[in-house]
Design a protein around this ligand. Structure first.
Ligand code: NHR
Ligand code: GAR
Length: 213
């Protein structure tokens, strides 16, 4: 079974969804850049090893990333999962985990990269919003797309109601994407798109590119 390390910064509900999905993998550790992250409690209660690497203890991003990588590498994971992880990672870090570092972003990329996506979706008046699981590359929120889910925007949505609707989809597609990775079904093609092998079970998922039968 593949070993996975999950990086969080806060609540950790996406991490929790991955643990609760009882996937055929071992969550070797949960690491946070913030010792007060609520998700650490849940991880401990689930019997998962936890670590904290506080970014405030490092003057430079590269030093923080090196310390973070050292903790991750202790667990020798095949996959590193960003689950509400809030620190931008340096090119060196991203290259070290190329092809085995994934993120969930609360928008339908490539629209609304960066922060405050739900507010920006409401301000733009979009009728459809959602979330994206993608491989992480040095360019923020621009890596190869693995899976997306769309939700409608209601006329009376607030940032909170919209975030809640998106979050329910995040929990579903993130567990799905992690499962696909662990089943060796994801291939990053030379053109930067992702191919999902044996896509028949991807019902209710929007795949990029169009799923192969
Ligand atoms: N790093 C790289 N190189 N590439 C990506 O695609 C990354 C990444 C690190 C994190 C998650 C991302 C998201 O899903 C992610 C993708 C943090 C920020 C940010 O501005 C932006 C995007 C994402 C995560 N962080 C501030 C910083 O200075 C701190 C903000 C805070 O602490 O609240 O690092 O949206
Ligand atoms: C999620 O909505 C995730 O997509 C988003 O933060 C939330 C974390 O929730 N991630 C980002 O905005 C990354 N910049 P969680 O801690 O409960 O998983």
């Amino acid at each position: 079974m593949k070993k996975v390390v999950i990086l969080i910064s806060g609540r950790g509900s996406n991490m929790q969804a991955i643990l609760d999905a009882r996937l055929p993998l071992t969550v070797a550790a949960v690491i946070s850049n913030d010792s007060s992250a609520a998700g650490l409690e849940f991880a401990r209660a689930s019997g998962v090893a936890t670590r904290v690497v506080d970014h405030r203890a490092y003057a430079e991003r590269a030093a923080f990333d090196a310390a973070l990588a050292a903790e991750i590498d202790e667990f020798k994971p095949e996959l590193v999962v960003l689950a509400g992880f809030m620190r931008i990672l340096t090119d060196g870090f991203v290259r070290r985990y190329a092809g085995r570092l994934i993120n969930i972003h609360p928008s339908l990329l490539p629209v609304f990269p960066g922060l405050h996506t739900h507010r920006r979706a409401l301000e733009a008046g979009v009728r459809v919003h959602g979330c994206t699981v993608h491989f992480v590359t040095p360019t923020l929120d621009h890596g190869p797309i693995i899976v997306q889910a769309a939700v409608p925007v209601a006329h009376d949505d607030t940032e909170d109601t919209l975030a809640q609707r998106v979050l329910a989809e995040e929990h579903r597609i993130y567990a799905q994407a992690v499962r696909w990775f662990c089943e060796d079904r994801l291939e990053i093609r030379d053109d930067g798109t992702v191919r999902l092998a044996r896509a028949q079970d991807a019902v209710g998922a929007l795949c990029s590119p169009a799923c192969e039968a």
